[in-house]
Each structure stands twice: as C-alpha cells, then as structure tokens.
Design a protein around this ligand. Structure first.
Ligand code: FE
Ligand code: CA
Length: 524
C-alpha cells in the first residue's frame, strides 16, 4: 500500500521534519488552525508534540490514542506544573475533514502530561486517522485501524513484531523499512528502552545515568521516542506493547534486583514503580494498565475476529528468581524446582483459559524469553540460559503439557530478548526424539541491540547440531513480519545489513510457513 509511507503533518511542523532530513511526504493540514513560531514558544515553552503520536490495543470499535506533551525530549525545559487540556479528533480521511469522533482529554502534570484516549463507537476493521491539538499547536496526524468484528474471519492479517532497541547501539533502520509494509498491527516484545549508562564510541549518543528516579525514566523514554523512524511506525499502525527487563533493570525477577541483596527489596520496588509509571506514560495502553505503585496489569488478550488472537504476556513481574545464577550455565537442581514460576499463578491460569476458550484459528502468545528448551553449548555440555523458559523447567513443561492435553490447535509463540532470529518447535520433552511438536516459536532479532550483525556466530553450527528442534538461527538486526490466513502462517525474517550508520537496505533473510493444524514451521 503506497499510502503507508505518506504522512500528513500540520504545516507548522513542516520545517521541523524537513530539517530532520525525514523522507516522509508532507501535506498541508487545513482543518485545525495553523500555528506560527511565536504561538509555539509562548504557551508551553516550545512545540509540545515532539514525541509524536501513537495508537494501540484495537477492539472492533476503537483503540487507545496516545501522545505526551513534551517540549524538550533530551531533558532541560519542562512544561508548566499544571494539567493541560488537549483536544483530539478521529477522522475517516488523512486530511482530517470527515471527523467521526472528537473530545477533550486531560494531560495530567502528575502523569508527565501524557494523554491516553480510549476511543469507542468506530466501525470494525477500518482505517482511521487522528490528531491532537492544544492551544494553537497541532500534532502530526496518525493512522490507526480497528480490529475486525469478533465473528468476522479475515482472509489475511498482517503484522510485524520487534524488540530490543538500544538507542546508542544503532539506527532504527528496521523501523524505516517496517513503515513501508502494509500492516494491521505492530507488536513490541520489550527492551523498548535500556536502563544503563550509555556507552561511549557507539553510533548514537546521549548522556544519562543508570536510571532510577521517575525523572530519569521519563527522560530515557523521551530520548528513545525522539527517533523519527520509531515515531513514524507508532503513527502508522496500532501497537500492542509489552515489556521485558530493561524497561526496569537487566534480568530482574519480580521484586528481586539483579543487584540483590546489595539492593534491598523496598529500594528495588521504588525503582520498579518509577519504571512502570514512565512505561505507562509513554505507551498507548488502556486505563486497565494504570500502575498502582510497583504493580501494573500488563497482560491481556487482543483479538482480531476469528482469525487470530494475541495473548500479550508479562514474564517479568511475577516470576520466581532465576535459578543457578542469572546467566548461562549448566543446569543445577534449582532448574527443576516444582515451585518455580515464570508467569505467576494468576497469569498462567488466565493464559490457559485464553488458549482453551479462544474461538480463533491461530492462538498467539506474545512474550519475552525463548520458550523452547535450548542448549546454547556448541560442544558436548548442556548450557541453559537461566533467564529463559529453559531455566524454569517445571512451568515450561506444564504449559507445553497443557497444549498437548487440550489439543490446542495452532499455538504460536512470539519472542524477543535474545537479539537474534530463531525458529523453534515447541515440545514437552526435548530429550525424546519422538516427542510431538505442539506449537511453533518465532524469535525475533533486535532492532539495534548488539550492533551490526552477521548471519551466524562462531558457535552456530555446533549449537544447531545440539538442538534438532531449532529450525533456523540468524544473528542480523531487523524485525519480523507475519502474514496469517485461515490456512497458513507465513513469517518473514527481515534483516538490515548494518545499524552502525543510517540507510541500510533491508531484505527478507528467510521465510517460514506453518500450515494450519500442522505445528512446526517449514522453510518457505
Ligand atoms: Fe534486549
Ligand atoms: Ca531482555
């Protein structure tokens, strides 16, 4: 769809985006009054829509619309300490002439002047456009789409998924290419920001501490969100977002810091509350996800008619501590702890109910860490990553056994975290060569994290030989694109040649297909 690459901004924003070297086509906005440079600087101290717009979590009659007023993404200038009223409108056309819904929302000072509007009353399976305005200042126009009616069966649903976008490690070229795809949704599986001190000698730079305070987390999100390619993809498609560890702290587990016991539980929960609040403030999430101190209900199911539903999971907030240390190692006794949990009791029961009750042809688990049992050793040892499902053997088997016992058809898992591409068979017992394949896992590589990639690592050949259930491995950066039909699931691994400088070409490195009713992917 040629239209995907075209964005229409209010004319007062024109110079900004041209100056940024954006290739996006621009179009005069003629519905809301244009602003002058003088207007822009008087009221809020600068142009307030510098973080762009976003939409998310579509239903058959609506979605969430998001923006956050921010005049200085890299810190410094702040908005006045008061709530700000923001007008919003939804139209059927890009020029915003056929407005079908509108209202006024509050951008609360206490919530970093973020705006979350839950729109209702729209037509199912329909493209809409939206825009915000405060004072004389208008936001870019975003495009979004409602989900199909619950009883509708689309003949095709297309989405992309992404994860791990460490800002300083590279350019968001993968998003530049994703923007050109004709998608119904984008799924982000976490590591949206990274909490550490930015490294020196990296392709992109900003300064900051290892983030702990609410202000730190807000500034970090704003820096990431200042990227024009990331903003453009947020403005082009509705997103389904979930977090991994780095939105809070590397490899944390529930209320346990990776620095425990040096960092005590109360101290870590204060940090977690700051991180969760800033995450909510920057994402197109519903009020059902409003954080309460260090708690936030992020797991949910988003359904697209009868074709596909996506259970968006949270494998961080409720998990038991990683066994045998946080890293990679030979499995010790604690890997087989019957009390261990990765989802927590409530979420696991909820997920099983989603899988059992789903009327959809494809049932997706969108989550963080590799679900298949993987031996990372290229030689004769057995090495698990203790942060992934392999380190949580009892809950991993329990979920797989559930798929088998209840003959859950067409289960597909989407995974991020590990900064490389994989295709894995999902099984209960990986040591039994005759164990049936119960579902399919697609692991997507990072947008930038780990920097420029290569097809393989020195250990790839040996590792693949140790893991017959792994069908594909690739260590380039990029994103993953899926086309789902009633008969077939097709996954394209889209990779960019480099991220250390902008402008890399993107290619489909490999494609895999799952036939409905036949778990396990085959190379297309
Ligand atoms: Fe990551
Ligand atoms: Ca991670």
């Amino acid at each position: 769809m040629a239209d995907n690459a075209r964005f229409h901004f209010a004319s007062c924003n024109r110079r900004r985006f041209l100056a940024a070297g954006s290739a996006l086509a621009l179009w005069p906005f003629h519905r809301l009054p244009n602003c002058s440079a003088a207007d822009r600087t008087t009221r809020l101290g600068g142009y307030p829509f510098q973080l762009g717009v976003a939409s998310g979590d579509p239903t058959p009659d609506g979605m969430v619309l998001w923006t956050r007023l921010c005049v200085d993404p890299f810190g410094g200038a702040e908005l006045p300490p008061e709530d700000v009223q923001v007008e919003w409108q939804v139209a059927e056309d890009e020029a915003m002439t056929h407005v079908v819904r509108k209202g006024v929302a509050t951008a609360p000072h206490d919530w970093a002047h973020s705006v979350h509007v839950e729109v209702e009353g729209l037509k199912p399976d329909w493209t809409y456009f939206y825009q915000f305005k405060t004072g004389m200042e208008t936001s870019p126009v975003g495009r979004t789409r409602t989900a199909p009616a619950l009883d509708a069966l689309r003949d095709s649903f297309r989405f992309a998924f992404a994860s791990c976008q460490k800002f300083e490690e590279g350019h968001y070229t993968a998003y530049e290419h994703m923007l050109k795809d004709d998608l119904h949704a984008v799924v982000h599986l976490g590591d949206y920001i990274y909490e550490g001190v930015p490294k020196a000698n990296t392709p992109r730079h900003y300064t900051g501490p290892r983030i702990k305070t609410l202000e730190d987390f807000r500034t970090r999100h704003a820096v990431y969100r200042s990227d024009p390619h990331l903003q453009a993809v947020h403005a082009a498609f509705p997103w389904l977002v979930t977090w991994d560890d780095h939105e809070v702290e590397n490899n944390y587990a529930a209320d346990i810091s990776q620095y425990a016991p040096a960092v005590r539980q109360e101290e870590f929960l204060t940090l977690r509350a700051n991180a969760y609040k800033a995450y909510y403030e920057h994402m197109p999430l519903r009020a059902s996800a409003l954080p309460r101190g260090p708690h936030m209900d992020l797991y949910r199911n988003v359904r697209f008619g009868r074709l596909i539903d996506i259970s968006v999971l949270d494998t961080r907030q409720y998990r038991s501590d990683q066994p045998c240390g946080d890293g990679y190692g030979v499995p010790c006794e604690a890997v087989y702890d019957p009390q261990a949990t990765l989802l927590g009791v409530e979420q696991e029961e909820w997920l099983k109910k989603q899988l059992l009750d789903s009327p959809c042809l494809w049932k997706v688990m969108a989550q963080q860490v590799i679900m298949a049992q993987v031996n990372f050793d290229p030689g004769t040892e057995t090495v698990f990553s203790m942060d992934k499902w392999s380190g949580y053997d009892v809950p991993r088997r329990r979920l797989m056994q559930f798929l088998e016992d209840h003959a859950v058809r067409n289960a597909v898992t989407l995974t991020g975290d590990v900064h490389c591409n994989w295709v894995n068979d999902l099984k209960v017992d990986y040591n039994d060569p005759g164990a049936p394949t119960l579902g399919t896992e697609f692991v997507g590589t990072s947008i930038t994290s780990r920097g420029d990639g290569a097809e393989t690592r020195s250990t790839t050949e040996g590792m693949l030989a140790n893991n017959p259930a792994v069908k594909f491995f690739n260590d380039e950066r990029g994103y993953v694109r899926c086309e789902v039909t009633p008969q077939t699931w097709r996954t394209d691994f889209r990779t960019v040649e480099y991220v250390s400088r902008p402008g890399a070409p993107c290619r489909t490195r490999a494609s895999f297909v799952v036939e409905s009713g036949r778990p396990g992917a085959e190379r297309a």
